[in-house]
Design a protein around this ligand. Structure first.
Ligand code: TXA
Ligand code: MG
Length: 322
């Protein structure tokens, strides 16, 4: 007897080998996969997402042998990260081989690659027996999907493997290598964790710059259907004042702040969770849920995974009050 899950996995692998798209769970968010060695298949990803062609894709592999098909060289610092964090939510930007089509890397000499930890993702790559190019499985600009229902909401025609809600809830950390490792995108593996292995690891300048954009700056990432105003932790009074002025304001914050804010406003206060990891887990689902009024979000502390949460919130915000 073959289980329903095994049948769906076999069907998904066959679709991928035939050049079609399959959405699948990873430990971070759901990915929209295609055979990374097939340029025509990868083009379908850009079309389905409405993704700009100059934004390259992450290639997902199931181990060392497949790594060698897409990556030409692994510098020593990258090797240290691989040993500690793979399989897991860490993407490494490394020199590509000639087998990786230009469309995957947007013509760049390097390819972003990671080995996911989710058993269904690994089983799918192994069954398809090809590396999978896979961005997050959302329409471009929307919050990344953390459940199969989110994928179907954005991409109703895509075959989805359902693995339930994802563990981390936000995307992998992306690291490039030069004189020192540089974090291009903060994510589920924290800067502190990387520095334990390679102390010289830095946050790339553009990542810093993007996190301190001023009010009014328009972001095209992770956007909810309603305006999202992000308040610095020093601006609680401004948040409460705006909540009173808006009929349909919903306040989002970490549990410890929710407790005190509820004593100061009659507006709904939604707790995103007790820890920063809880907030990461629930954030994108919460951003998708709201389709009326306005979201007023109180910043969380930037340490640990809180840094990645704040990166996503900063990009999702229509206005930032600092
Ligand atoms: O957790 C994740 O990383 C998820 C799951 C599905 O694995 N994927 C994901 O993919 O978030 P996407 O496409 O939404 O984000 C990929 C990020 C983008 O910021 C992209 O610019 C960067 O990785 N990237 C991809 N290839 C690159 C390259 N060759 N050089 C520099 N950055 C690259
Ligand atoms: Mg994405």
């Amino acid at each position: 007897m073959i289980s329903i899950e095994e049948q769906r996995l076999a069907r998904a692998a066959a679709l991928l080998r035939a050049g079609a798209l399959v959405a699948f769970p990873t430990e971070t968010v759901y990915g929209l996969g295609a055979n990374a060695l097939d340029a025509a298949a990868v083009a379908r990803i850009f079309a389905a997402k409405g993704r700009p062609a100059d934004n390259p894709l992450i290639v997902h592999i199931d181990g060392e042998a497949m790594l060698a098909t897409v990556v030409a060289a692994v510098p020593p610092d990258a090797r240290k990260f691989i040993r500690r964090f793979w399989p897991g939510p860490l993407t490494l930007v490394l020199p590509r081989t000639g087998r990786v089509p230009d469309i995957v890397t947007a013509g760049l000499p390097n390819v972003a690659v990671r080995m996911p930890a989710h058993p269904l993702a690994l089983a799918l790559i192994t069954a398809a027996n090809v590396p999978l190019a896979a961005p997050s499985a959302n329409r471009s600009g929307r919050p990344s999907p953390t459940t199969a229902a989110h994928v179907i909401e954005d991409l109703p025609d895509v075959f989805v493997l359902d693995g339930g809600a994802t563990e981390h809830g936000l995307e992998s950390t992306v690291v490039a290598f030069g004189v020192t490792p540089r974090v291009l995108r903060e994510g589920a593996v924290t800067l502190e964790q990387l520095r334990e292995l390679v102390p010289a690891t830095i946050l790339a300048a553009h990542a810093e710059g993007e996190r301190v954009e001023s009010p009014g700056q328009k972001y095209k990432h992770y956007a909810p259907r309603v305006p999202l105003i992000l308040f610095a932790r020093t601006r609680v009074d401004a948040l409460l004042q705006m909540a009173e002025q808006q009929d349909q304001a919903t306040i989002l914050c970490i549990e410890s702040d929710a407790v005190s804010l509820r004593t100061r406003t009659s507006r709904p206060v939604v707790s995103l969770g007790v820890t920063a990891a809880d907030v990461a887990h629930s954030l994108f689902a919460e951003l998708r849920r709201h389709d009326r009024g306005m979201l007023l979000v109180l910043a969380i502390e930037r340490d640990g995974i809180g840094a990645a949460v704040m990166d996503r919130l900063t990009r999702a915000a229509s206005t930032i009050v600092t």
